[in-house]
Design a protein around this ligand. Structure first.
Ligand SMILES: Cc1ncc(COP(=O)(O)O)c(C=O)c1O
Length: 454
C-alpha cells in the first residue's frame, strides 16, 4: 500500500478570504490605549503609521475579509503551500500518532512572513505610500517586506537586530537583492538608537529597540509608513490563509487535528494555523487542543504578566494588553531571533486568558536536537524558530506513544533554516548552549510596566 505524503491544493482552491477571529470570540480583546491619555485609540491616532485599510482590518469584526486579487495574484507564486504527513518521523519516534505539518518555507523568503508582507505592501501602495520602514529579528520579515516592496514599487528600509545582523550576513544580501536597505539596530540613524548606543555601545539589539527605530523614522515623512511583521490583528488575519488551507488539506486526508502546535514570537504564524480551527470550535465544531511553543529564554506566555505595555523599547507605540516580559527587557542572544520579543499578540494573549490555548517553553539545545531529528527523517532543515514547533510536536507524539493514543497532530513548519547554518554548525560543534535571562532584569522590566487603571 502506498502512503500518501503530500496533500496539495490546486491554485483554484486557494482561499479567497482571510478569517477574522474577532467575529467569533466570546468577548472582545481589551482596547488599545493612547499612551498619553490612556483612552482607546481611534483610527486617526494610527494614521501616521499605517494606511486606513489596514487600520480598519485591525478593528474589524467581520468574519471573512476578502483577499484582494492583486494579493492573491502574488500568493499564487507559492500558495497553496503543501501539507505533509511526517511518516518517517512517526516511524523514527515509534509513535501511533499521525503527524501532519504545513510547510511555509516554500515562499520566496523561506517562511510565512510574505503572507502579510505582500498584503501590507499592496494596501500601502494603494494609499499612495512610497516608502516602508520596518524591523526584523530573524531576517525573515525584512526579506519578505523587501520582496513585497520590489513587487509593489515601494522603497523599503529595514532595522535588523544587531545580533542577527552579525549571525546571518546573507539575509542582508537577500534584502539588498530585492532593493531594500538594511541597517544594524541599535543604529546611529535615529535618536533612540543613538541613546541606546551611548549607554551600551556593544548592545546586541532586540525587536523592541528595532521597532522604536523604525517607528521614529516612519513618522518623520508624509510618504513613509511603518510595517510590522507580527503582533497586530491585521498581521494575524493575513496569516490565517495557512490554517484555512490546512483545513481543506486535512479533509483530503480524511483527518481533523486533535492537537495543533506552533511556535510563538509575536504570535503570527501560530495564529495563522490555529485561529481558523479555534473559530471552527467556537462556532460549535470540534475543538482541538492548541499548543503555543515559546523559547525558555524569552517566555512571554508562560512567565510574562498579562498587562498593558508598550510594543517597543522606546515607548513610542500605543499600549496593548498582552503577555509581556516588560518593554525594557532585552532577551539573551539565542539563535531563534524571530522569537526574541518581549510581548505577544494581544489576540493570542486574549485567547490564552479565555482558556482557548495552552503554552509551553523549551530551551534552544533541545529544540535544535528536535530539528536535526526532523531533518534526518523529513529532509527539510527547519529555521531555529520552527524548531520550537517541531519540538512541541515531537513532545505530543511521544505523549501519544506513552498513552497508546493515535492522535492527529498538526504543526506549522513556518520556515526553513538555510540562512541559519552557522547556528547548526555551532550545535554540531557542541558550542550551542542554553541561554538564560537574568531574573533581576526581568523583575525590573516588569516593575517598570506602565500603570493603567483597571
Ligand atoms: C521563521 C520564523 N518563525 C517564527 C517567527 C516568529 O514570528 P511570529 O510569532 O509572528 O510567527 C519568525 C519571526 O521573525 C520567523 O522568522
Amino acid at each position: 500500500m502506498s502512503l500518501q505524503t503530500k496533500y496539495l491544493l490546486d491554485e483554484s482552491r486557494m482561499p479567497k478570504f482571510w478569517y477574522n477571529i474577532q467575529a467569533d470570540l466570546p468577548s472582545p480583546a481589551p482596547a488599545v490605549l493612547h499612551p498619553g491619555t490612556l483612552q482607546p485609540v481611534g483610527p486617526d491616532d494610527l494614521a501616521p503609521l499605517f494606511p486606513m485599510e489596514l487600520i480598519l482590518q485591525e478593528v474589524s469584526t467581520q468574519r471573512e475579509i476578502e483577499i484582494p486579487e492583486p494579493v492573491r495574484d502574488v500568493y499564487r507564486a507559492w500558495r497553496p503551500a503543501p501539507l505533509y504527513r511526517a511518516h518517517r518521523l512517526e516511524r523514527a519516534l515509534g509513535t501511533p500518532a499521525k503527524i501532519f505539518y504545513k510547510y511555509e518555507g516554500v515562499s520566496p523568503a523561506g517562511s510565512h512572513k510574505p503572507n502579510t508582507a505582500v498584503a501590507q505592501a499592496f494596501y500601502n501602495q494603494k494609499a499612495g505610500v512610497k516608502r516602508l520602514v520596518t524591523e526584523t529579528g530573524a531576517g525573515q520579515w525584512g526579506t519578505s517586506l523587501a520582496y513585497a516592496g520590489a513587487l509593489f514599487g515601494l522603497q523599503v528600509e529595514v532595522f535588523q537586530v544587531r545580533v542577527s545582523y552579525d549571525q546571518k550576513p546573507y539575509r542582508r544580501a537577500v534584502m539588498e537583492t530585492y532593493g531594500a536597505r538594511c541597517v544594524a539596530s541599535p543604529s546611529s540613524e535615529t535618536e533612540f538608537g543613538r541613546s541606546v548606543l551611548a549607554k551600551t555601545p556593544d548592545h546586541p539589539g532586540s525587536l523592541g529597540i528595532a521597532i522604536s527605530e523604525a517607528v521614529e523614522l516612519a513618522v518623520q515623512r508624509e510618504d513613509t509608513k511603518y510595517a510590522l511583521g507580527s503582533v497586530l490583528n491585521h498581521v494575524l488575519l493575513h496569516q490565517t490563509i495557512i490554517g484555512l488551507e490546512a483545513m481543506e488539506q486535512l479533509q483530503m486526508a480524511d483527518e481533523w487535528p486533535d492537537v495543533i502546535v506552533g511556535c510563538t514570537g509575536g504570535g503570527s504564524n501560530f495564529a495563522g494555523i490555529a485561529f481558523p480551527f479555534i473559530g471552527h470550535g467556537l462556532r460549535g465544531g470540534r475543538k482541538p487542543r492548541i499548543v503555543a511553543v515559546e523559547p525558555a529564554a524569552c517566555p512571554s506566555l508562560t512567565r510574562g504578566r498579562y498587562a498593558y505595555d508598550f510594543g517597543d523599547t522606546g515607548r513610542m507605540t500605543p499600549l496593548t494588553k498582552m503577555h509581556t516580559l516588560g518593554s525594557q527587557f532585552t532577551p539573551p542572544g539565542f539563535h531563534a531571533g524571530g522569537l526574541r520579543y518581549h510581548g505577544m499578540a494581544p489576540l493570542v494573549s486574549h485567547c490564552k486568558q479565555l482558556g482557548l490555548l495552552e503554552a509551553v517553553a523549551y530551551n534552544q539545545v533541545e529544540c535544535f536536537e528536535a530539528g536535526v531529528l526532523f531533518a534526518r527523517n523529513e529532509g527539510i532543515v527547519p529555521a531555529p524558530e520552527a524548531n520550537h514547533a517541531v519540538k512541541g510536536a515531537i513532545a505530543e507524539a511521544l505523549r501519544c506513544k506513552r498513552e497508546g493514543k493515535a492522535d492527529t497532530i498538526l504543526f506549522n513548519l513556518c520556515g526553513h533554516g538555510h540562512f541559519d547554518m552557522a547556528a547548526y554548525q555551532k550545535y554540531f560543534a557542541g558550542e550551542l548552549t542554553d541561554e538564560h535571562y537574568d531574573e533581576k532584569e526581568l523583575a525590573m522590566a516588569l516593575a517598570g510596566l506602565p500603570s493603567v487603571p483597571a
